[in-house]
Design a protein around this ligand. Sequence first.
Ligand code: T4K
Length: 390
Amino acid sequence: MRICLYYFCFCGSFHCYGKVNIVGKILVTRSSMPPLEEYVDEIRELWDSHWLTNMGVKHKAFQAALKDYLDVDCVELLTNGHMALELTLQAMNLQGEVITTPFTFASTTHAIVRNGLEPVFCDIDPDTYTIDPEKIEKRITDRTCAIMPVHVYGNVCHIEEIQRIARKYELKVIYDAAHTFGETYKGRGIGSYGDASCFSFHATKVFNSVEGGAVCYHNAALGEALYELKNFGIHGPEEVSAVGANAKMNEFCAAMGLCNLRHLDEEIQKRKAVAERYRERLDGVEGLRLNPLQKDVTPNYAYFPVLFEPETFGASRSEVFDKLGQNGIVARKYFYPLTNTFSAFGGKYDVSETPVALHISKRVLTLPMYADLAPEEVDRICDIILSCQA
Ligand code: T4K
């Protein structure tokens, strides 16, 4: 039986829909799943109660487990990481401009725009690929209300500098923490920084609840607003006080989250071994730049991005991408194209304002990364990459 997967490909030509036969291929990632019996045990009581969604027992248990695991003050669960971002902005009742970066998934920028806010694109630091704090202040105007930095690939942003700027100009900081589940910075859960941090538990993430997301926050009023907004803005039995959405995590996703959480530390250790194997093979190769190992960060090994400098490596990112593809290995060009070039925005933004992001986006490739990626498979991927050298 042929198993096919339609996918929206972030590839050289922007509008490229592909149909990939996934049998025998190594894809950029593979969802972590608990033993089936464990999941069946976890959901058994749902058959007894017939309570499937709207903040049931699994939702409550998962919320409590996450609060512990992430080491944060408060957590609100949502259907996905995107709704976490979108509803956090809405709950803060912001107006005006939000400073952010274009080197991210569509979600970050869309969350801003869908709130009627204006994204103002700031360039990234060439080493961490996160917002360059030295360039933030130049982008601040009297309309700026918030900064939305992204911990890209799990690389932690320049938190202290961002916080200093936010305090000086009285701006909110909402971290897109979709890639940083389980990380710590200076011994504290990454979700405890900023006014809010938004996580994704999508199937492709280090930790998944099939689909899912969460907002970590400190302020009780923000939590109440989020709780209502994810349930249509319903305030009480006879009052709807805001124009909310339906972004409630259902019981089956919460149950999956509970199961996967039990195995997460082991999964991260396995990812670490994969990352180390890649480093053994690729570190120091002329023309390749590997992701930085950050001081004070406990990483989660979410992605394995490699920057290809064609002038010294002898082959471009796209040539390597194609060669891998010809050998059944589907790497991805996360994050190309930049969000400030999306046709959805009709040429509204000037990409020349973010030259570093543009440079990186044309050269980066994220290699397959998941817990069960075998060392021999990593070696095969590396052999193919190295065979591209001029
Ligand atoms: N902010 C940032 C910085 C993000 O990266 C994301 C999501 C968000 C916000 C929003 O969070 P969510 O609303 O999604 O919770 C994927 C994910 O769909 C998306 O969650 C993720 N970022 C983005 C970086 O990657 P695609 O379009 O590349 O996914 P897709 O379907 O091509 O899958 C990639 C690979 O994952 C497949 O080749 C195989 C594997 N896979 C995929 C699925 C769907 C599995 O193993 N199992 C699966 O069920 O966007």
